[in-house]
Design a protein around this ligand. Structure first.
Ligand code: NAD
Length: 356
């Protein structure tokens, strides 16, 4: 199989962790008889310095022609300040590249060997945490109309609208059910159906769809309760599917459970070939450690695994990468500084390749 991808490393540690992800991708594909065709393109400050914009037309073109985008991170706070908000790399590149991609998947895993790095006590997490959070990304409260602030100073009013169509709800729930089917077959649909009309429609739709997925154990949970249960019984969650704003908050909360932001991969997926699937570790450019071989590459390497699974259907290769990452993390002898280790990005990457 040809793995045709656009590689956008971006700024800061984006460069180091994406190189690590690519090394693992090259290794496993060579081993299993696939061919990587990687088109490298500038994004972020590297692109601004060359082309005057964070997302030049040449990069857009390369992304459009590719089957997937492997992304590092963009933005350098010191330099970002020199630009108006609307021209800053994160705003320009991420908004544009994620357009049309309605499902944001974040995979939060705490391997048992890293239990000391989880902020929760051991008795709550001894079974290990492995949660896939699926956040609706193109609708809901962040995109509803009307929206804005009106009126004169002192008497102003502000409005945001949460809106969803059945089509939007159904397509994200479908991702939830299908993802649960590939995992432990438990789906938690998070809403606020005791108050919000959009959530009532969400819940009705979930109940109706459940008939087509008799093998999936579906539970409904209010978002306030979900935020509590994530801390009370995190090991019991498998797949969580939810609205844009709820997902934004819950996925950040859940990310903290695995001990380092450097461990969490993500994917943004769409409905058809109109938008190129976008894969990135959830962390930023970390300028404080950039260029020092200190970045944890695991988030980017697990991002490669998601890309192989969701865009290229290479489940075995994806699972092998995950297994190798968790072996290295569980052994806890080759770890980067964020996990209390003394190894560098390159040593951790080499250990993962050796485990493969
Ligand atoms: N998707 C993106 O491209 C994205 C996401 C978030 C932030 N940003 C941008 O990144 C820049 C820095 O943002 P920030 O400092 O708020 O967040 P950050 O994620 O870059 O860093 C937060 C902290 O986590 C640490 N960290 C992050 N990733 C790590 C890794 N892989 N290994 C070890 N430690 C890691 C950093 O050293 C830092 O102390 C900003 O310009 C911001 O706008 C970009």
């Amino acid at each position: 199989m040809n793995i045709d991808i656009a590689v956008l490393s971006g700024d800061g540690i984006g460069v180091e962790v994406t190189a690590a992800g690519m090394q693992v991708l090259e290794y496993i594909t060579r081993k299993n008889g696939h061919k990587v065709n990687a088109a490298y393109a500038d994004v972020g400050w590297a692109a601004i310095d060359k082309y005057g914009t964070a997302l030049p037309p040449i990069t857009r073109e390369i992304c459009k022609k590719s089957k997937a985008i492997l992304f590092g991170a963009v933005g350098l706070p010191d330099r970002d300040q020199s630009l108006p908000q609307a021209q800053r790399p994160e705003r320009v590149a991420l908004l544009e590249l994620r357009k049309g991609l309605f499902a944001n998947l974040r995979h939060v895993v705490l391997p048992p060997g890293l239990a000391d790095h989880c902020p929760l006590k051991k008795s709550l997490i001894s079974a290990g945490i492995d949660i896939m959070i699926i956040r609706e990304l193109t609708g809901g409260l962040y995109y509803g109309k009307p929206q804005g602030i009106q009126g004169q100073a002192g008497q102003r009013s502000a409005v945001d609208t949460m809106a969803y169509t059945e089509h939007e709800i159904r397509r994200i729930l479908k991702v939830g059910f299908e993802t649960a089917r590939q995992r432990r077959r438990r789906l938690t649909s998070v809403d606020k159906a005791n108050i919000l009309a959009t959530s009532q429609l969400w819940r009705e739709t979930a109940v109706a769809m459940a008939k087509d997925y008799p093998d999936i154990q579906l539970e409904h949970m209010y978002v306030d309760n979900a935020s509590m249960q994530l801390l009370r019984r995190p090991t019991e969650f498998d797949v969580i599917v939810t609205e844009n704003t709820f997902g934004d908050i819950l996925s950040d909360e859940a990310s903290m459970l695995c001990g380092s932001i450097g461990l969490v991969p993500s994917a943004c997926l769409g409905e058809n070939a109109s938008a190129t699937p976008f894969y990135e570790p959830i962390h930023g450019s970390a300028p404080d450690i950039a260029g020092k071989n200190k970045a944890n590459p695991v988030g980017s390497i697990l991002t490669v695994a998601m890309m192989l699974r969701y865009t290229f259907g290479l489940e075995q290769d994806a699972a092998a990468i995950e297994k190798a990452c968790f072996k290295v993390l569980n052994e806890a002898t080759v770890l980067t500084g964020d996990l209390g280790g003394t190894s560098g990005c390159t040593e951790v990457t080499a250990a993962i390749i050796a485990a493969l």
